[in-house]
Design a protein around this ligand. Structure first.
Ligand code: C2E
Ligand code: CA
Ligand code: CA
Length: 559
């Protein structure tokens, strides 16, 4: 009775186990040949086969073809020895869909130690696998455009180089970026910016020949890798330029975003390569240098990397370093070039910056001002120049023959645009106790290509404080009459390029005459720049010019 009770208790417990296992797992029992002898409901549910279809067949019915033969060979090898096997299997259901199961197969032996059957217990891990796949995909792709990302590129480049090595062909990368993306993003909002980037990605995909890979490096920067171009460098060069030009044309077409048409141009840097023993980042560096060069050439253009670009970039970086050191060591000084009236009497000076380089000696602004203007150093350098000019005016203030002289100071675009430029200049002349009308601010037309209204407002504030403005290099830019009409100027400076040939070129003389007449009509005074000969001086004087500057009267000098 007791053992009967024991027995039914065990049977009851086993039944409970089975219910629990069936509730949790996908269960199948096969004989030693793999023929299915039992499946639970979960097996039917996930495989979408009925019990009748499954019983009597083998697991081949749900084989997905995803695993190699060796996978199952190893599995059978284990269980045939009576050992438990565990692994992840991808199966295919009756409707053709794949599903993943974490599988444990337990072999059972009979009383004589012979293998009798296998019980396979599985759990569905499809979702886990999908999220793993997704995470792997996301790690290598950009979320916004779905293009591969920088990390993906590392692997792809290895393949490209291996293929170049085996077929002897050149491949190339084109690094592209949009010239005014920041502007579009700032003015139209980030969601428009995002839509624009997606459209750019689509245009790149549609217009790049195979085999290629298009990668979003970040922001508005994309990388197009085109491989197997040609075995000849020149042919590869022409082929990649053709691609780059096509992409440029496509990217420059208008984009319709938010019911409006948006335009942007693009710049690209091309790097052509074959079998280089370089790390992937070095490739990027060369394409980047070419892109930098393209941007420096005024944007909306394509530059192909060549070693000279690298050299010029290295030199530029050295120069920038050297300049910031020069600023700390106070190596900038001012030379002054006289401006005279028609009797050759000094009426003022133009302040011209010089760099006293510890090794190179005196360096002219043509060699360094452009770099300063491109960097934030322009604010400090500009302030220094104004300070030195004010110091000079202060020294002249108490010398009767010099007290009426003016100093003209060249003002850079970036310097003038600084929000507090006007206040700083006003404070400066106050600090030095000099009359603002002695300081003449020389501007160039390019300052007014954008932000015209706020620039004019700034000029008016300074004029109210007593300053005067001069338009430098007149005749070289657009020389727009509109600017002349709108800008509160006191003076025009005729560019040296027109003065240089007035004696022998009647056209240049005609232009100079016209500028003088125009200035007179607008009640502006005129300074002719670059006067080198008596003949030029005479001609200018005869045609109504009243102020002159040039080597004929004196070179820039330290005072
Ligand atoms: P710029 O304002 O047009 O200055 C006149 C330039 O012409 C000066 O060159 C001057 O030395 C040169 N020059 C004067 N007379 C003659 C002549 O008869 N013949 C020839 N061939 N040249 C003559 P520099 O000093 O090399 O300055 C070049 C440019 O650098 C200036 O052109 C100006 O745009 C810029 N610059 C100079 N100093 C400063 C400064 O302190 N701040 C800023 N922002 N720019 C400056
Ligand atoms: Ca000037
Ligand atoms: Ca000038």
């Amino acid at each position: 009775m007791d053992s009967q009770f024991q027995y039914s208790k065990i049977v009851n417990e086993l039944e409970n186990y089975q219910v629990a296992i069936d509730a949790h797992s996908i269960v199948a029992i096969t004989d030693t040949q793999g023929v299915i002898t039992h499946v639970n409901q979960k097996f039917c549910d996930i495989s979408k086969y009925s019990r009748e279809e499954l019983l009597g067949s083998t697991h081949k019915i749900i084989n997905s073809g995803c695993h190699p033969r060796s996978f199952f060979k190893q599995m059978w090898g284990t269980i045939a020895q009576g050992k438990i096997w565990n692994g992840e299997i991808c199966n295919r259901n009756k409707q053709g869909e794949l599903y993943w199961v974490d599988t444990t197969i337990v072999p059972f032996k009979d009383r004589h130690g012979m293998l009798q059957q296998y019980i396979a217990i599985r759990t569905d891990i499809t979702q886990l696998k999908q999220s793993e796949d997704h995470a792997r995909y996301m790690a290598l792709h950009d979320e916004l455009t779905s293009l591969p990302n920088r990390r993906y590129m590392q692997d792809y480049m290895k393949q490209v180089i291996a293929s170049n090595r085996s077929n002897g062909m050149y491949s190339a990368m084109i690094m592209l970026d949009l010239d005014n993306f920041k502007n579009i993003n700032d003015t139209l909002g980030h969601s428009v910016g995002d839509s624009l980037l997606k459209m750019v990605a689509t245009r790149l995909l549609l217009n790049t020949p195979q085999p290629n890979s298009i990668i979003r490096l970040g922001g508005d920067e994309f990388l197009v890798i085109v491989s197997n171009l040609s075995m000849q460098y020149e042919e590869a060069h022409d082929a990649v330029l053709q691609v780059a030009n096509k992409l440029k044309t496509e990217l420059n077409k208008p984009y319709f975003l938010n019911e409006q048409s948006v335009h942007t141009t693009s710049s690209s840097g091309v790097f052509i390569f074959k079998d280089f023993n370089l790390s992937e980042n070095a490739f990027l560096k060369y394409a980047d240098m070419a892109l930098y060069h393209a941007k420096g050439n005024g944007k909306n253009c394509i530059a192909v990397f060549d070693p000279l670009i690298e050299e010029s970039i290295v030199l530029k970086a050295k120069l920038i370093n050297d300049l910031s050191r020069a600023l700390q060591h106070d190596e900038f000084e001012l030379y002054y070039q006289r401006i005279v009236n028609d009797s050759q009497q000094i009426i003022g000076y133009e302040a011209l910056i010089r760099w006293q380089h510890p090794e190179k000696g005196l360096v002219l602004p043509g060699h360094f001002m452009a770099e300063i203007e491109k960097s934030s150093m322009i604010h400090e350098v500009g302030q220094k120049v104004l300070n030195m000019a004010c110091q000079q005016l202060q020294a002249w203030r108490d010398i009767p023959e010099c007290a009426h002289w003016t100093i003209s100071v060249n003002i850079s675009v970036g310097q003038f645009r600084a929000i507090n430029f006007d206040q700083e200049v006003i404070q400066l002349v106050h600090a030095y106790g000099i009359c603002p009308s002695r300081l003449r601010l020389e501007l160039t037309e390019s300052m007014f290509y954008t932000d015209m209204d706020s620039s004019i407002a700034k000029m008016h504030r300074l004029i109210e404080a007593g300053f005067n403005f001069s338009m430098d290099d007149f005749g070289t830019g657009y020389s727009s009459l509109n600017y002349l009409r709108m800008l509160p100027l006191r003076q025009l400076k005729i560019d040296r390029a027109f003065v240089e040939h007035i004696s022998e070129n009647p056209r240049d003389l005609a232009i100079v005459k016209t500028i003088i007449a125009l200035a007179a009509a607008l009640e502006l005074n005129v300074v002719a720049e670059g006067v080198e000969t008596l003949e030029q001086f005479q001609l200018l004087k005869d045609n109504g010019c009243t102020a002159f500057q040039g080597y004929y009267f004196g070179r820039p000098e330290a005072l």
